[in-house]
Design a protein around this ligand. Sequence first.
Ligand SMILES: [Fe+2]
Ligand SMILES: [Fe+2]
Length: 269
Amino acid sequence: MKSPQCHKCLCEYNRLTEARFWSRILMEHALFIQLGLAPNEEKLSAEAQRFVDLFDNLLNRLNKVKRLNPELLEELIEAVKAIIEFKAKVLRLIIQCKMRPGSNYPLLLDHIRREAERFLNLLTTPVAEDALTLLLQQEVFWLRIMKEHIEFIIHLLDPSERELLEQAHEFRKTFSRLLETARDLDSMAETSPGKFNDVIQFTKNVIQHTKQLSNFKAAAFELDEACKILGIIADPLLLDHVRREADKFLSELDELLPEVEKCYFGQVR
Ligand SMILES: [Fe+2]
Ligand SMILES: [Fe+2]
C-alpha cells in the first residue's frame, strides 16, 4: 500500500535553477540559428541577435537574484513565448520554401522549439503529477531529444570520421530503442498500476546509457576545440550545449528515480 505522500510528486522544481539553465540554452539556440542562416538573411540574423542579447541580459539578472520575483518571471515568460514564435517562423519559412535553410536543419529548429516549449510549461504550469507519470513523461521527452542530438552529430561529422560515426550510429540505435520503450511504458502507466518495477529497471538502464552519451559528447567537444574533428559543426559550443542537456536529463532522473522507487517498487507475490 502506497503512503499518502506518494499520491503527489514531492519533487518541486526549483524554478530559479531551471530559469538559469534554460536561459543560457535559449540564448545559445538563437546563436545557432544565426550561425546557420544563409548570408542574405540579414533581417532574420538581426532578429536572432536580439534574442541572444535578450537572454544574455535575463541570464545576468537571474544570476544576481536569490529568488524568481513575479516581474522577472513575467518577463521571462514573454521572452520564451517570443523565441518560440521566432523558431516556428523560421521553420515555417523553410517548410514552405520561402527561404533557403542555410545550415539550419528543419528538425533542429523543431527540436529547439520543443525545448523552449518545455521550459515555458515549467514556468507556467504547476508540477503536480505523480512521480511515475512525471518520470515517464521526462523520459519520453528527453530520450527523443537525446536521439535527435545523435542524429544531428551524425549529419555534422565529415564522412571520413568513420570511427566517431560508427560510435554515433550505435548510440542512435540504443536511444531509438529506449525511446520506443519509454513510450510503451508511459502508455501502460495510464492504467495507474500500484507498482511498476519495470520502470525502475528501465530507468537505471537509461541512466547508464545517458552517462555514456554525455561522455561521448564531452569527448567530441574537446576534440573539436582542439581542431581534431572534421565536419561542418559551426561552433564547438554546440557539442557542449548538447552535453549539458544530457546532464540535465541525468539530474532530473536522479531526483525522480528515488521517489518512484519509494512509491512504485513492490515485491512479487
Ligand atoms: Fe538545446
Ligand atoms: Fe537539444
